[in-house]
Design a protein around this ligand. Structure first.
Ligand SMILES: Cc1cc2nc3c(=O)[nH]c(=O)nc-3n(C[C@H](O)[C@H](O)[C@H](O)COP(=O)(O)O)c2cc1C
Length: 368
């Protein structure tokens, strides 16, 4: 199981960065690997938790039995705390909540906004809750429900993302609510971690940086596509599922963006049919997926059809390696990431870099 944290990239391994989020979640380092559909399975989640951060399993793209198996597999790989990312509008969400409580999962994060009832059930069952917020009013709302922490994700971030930059959002959220805030959107190294701490955050949460690690099961040729992307190669589009989502700009994304109304609908249905042959998903499952996503959102029929096949578009690229028929959710940070370390190397490096950055700040304040 776990070894001591390696800070070989930086000074003084006997010093340890520690913030309130470490005590709250029972982790060594204030670094969270976020839930990423089709990406954060048992292997990546366990590797992150075992190396001292918090790994989060993405359950939104798993069936219930797959989630049960994934939780067991994480447990076999590490005895450290980990989290599960829940799709709040999933038809099976209450069963998932009962599973998390039964299994003693440390923390739940959420794809799509949770609701007060969901937060209460989890809290009553001893599972900590950590929704993602992208604006002050979201943070106020979830804080009033009694969440344990929030992930404040800025515009730079990967997947579904908000409109406000991380550097503006994080200090604003820190000033607004009284629970620990994890900064997300655009982080990849220890300097960023220290910047987030300077804004008042209790740590950072990263998606794209963890997608680009050895333990991420994304096919190698797809990882190379991310490495090759420049910061300007990402785009926030509603053309995938009706909600703003940051992806790598590819010919497919351009085509989706150009198509309107009936054309988009026809294209979406065409995709569903084509992807049906590439994957094992049934039409019934796709329809249910679409209806679940539609709940609480005013999507047009075309957007609904797109929403139904969005997870399959992502799966096509991130699992099956079909770059031409799949989408690649990403943070802008992909543009400045150029390696694929192991998770343990990554966390050790971040820790060392963060301590070095703190030393630099410290020496900048000494009397001349
Ligand atoms: C490939 C990919 C898939 C994602 N899937 C989910 C998901 O299933 N649930 C979720 O809450 N967030 C999801 N996200 C968002 C991430 O959890 C995270 O909040 C975001 O990537 C942070 O920004 P960064 O990539 O700049 O670190 C996804 C992001 C990526 C890149």
């Amino acid at each position: 199981m776990h070894e001591r944290l390696d800070s070989s990239a930086g000074p003084a391994p006997d010093r340890r960065l520690r913030t309130p989020i470490c005590d709250l979640l029972g982790i060594e380092l204030p670094i969270v690997q976020t839930g990423m559909g089709w990406v954060s399975g048992a292997r990546l989640t366990a590797a992150t938790s075992d190396a001292g951060g918090l790994g989060i399993l993405a359950s939104g793209t798993m069936s219930f039995p797959e989630l049960e198996t994934a939780i067991n597999e994480v447990r076999e790989r590490t005895d450290r705390p980990f989290g599960v990312n829940i799709r709040s509008n999933h038809e099976d969400v209450e069963r998932v909540v009962r599973l998390l409580i039964r299994e003693g999962v440390a923390v739940a994060s959420f794809a799509h906004s949770p609701n007060e009832r969901l937060i209460k059930s989890l809290r009553d069952g001893g599972v900590r809750t950590m929704p993602t917020v992208a604006a002050r009013r979201h943070a106020e709302k979830v804080a009033a429900w009694g969440v344990d922490a929030v992930i404040a994700q800025g515009h730079e971030g990967g997947g579904h993302t908000g409109a406000i930059s991380t550097s503006l959002l994080v200090p604003e959220i820190v000033d607004t609510i009284d629970v620990p805030v994890l900064a997300a959107g655009g982080f990849r190294d220890g300097r960023g971690l220290v910047a987030a701490l300077a804004w008042g955050a209790a740590g950072i949460a990263m998606g794209t940086r963890f997608l680009l690690t050895q333990e991420s099961t994304v096919p190698d040729l797809v990882k190379q596509e991310y490495l090759a992307a420049a910061s300007v190669d990402t785009v926030v589009t509603k053309a995938v599922d009706g909600l703003p989502q940051r992806v790598i700009r590819t010919p497919l994304v351009d085509r989706l963006e150009r198509s309107r109304g009936p054309v988009r609908l026809a294209r979406a249905i065409g995709n569903v049919v084509r992807l049906h042959h590439l994957t094992t998903a049934s039409y019934r499952a796709l329809a249910k997926e679409g209806v679940a996503l539609r709940r609480g959102q005013s999507l047009t029929m075309a957007q609904l059809a797109m929403a139904a096949n969005a997870p399959l578009l992502t799966r096509s690229a991130l699992v099956d390696g079909h770059l031409e028929s799949g989408i690649l959710p990403t943070g802008q940070v992909a543009g400045v990431i150029d390696d694929i370390p192991t998770v343990r190397e990554l966390l050790g490096r971040l820790h060392g870099e963060a301590l070095a950055a703190i030393d630099r700040l410290d020496s900048a304040t000494r009397p001349a």
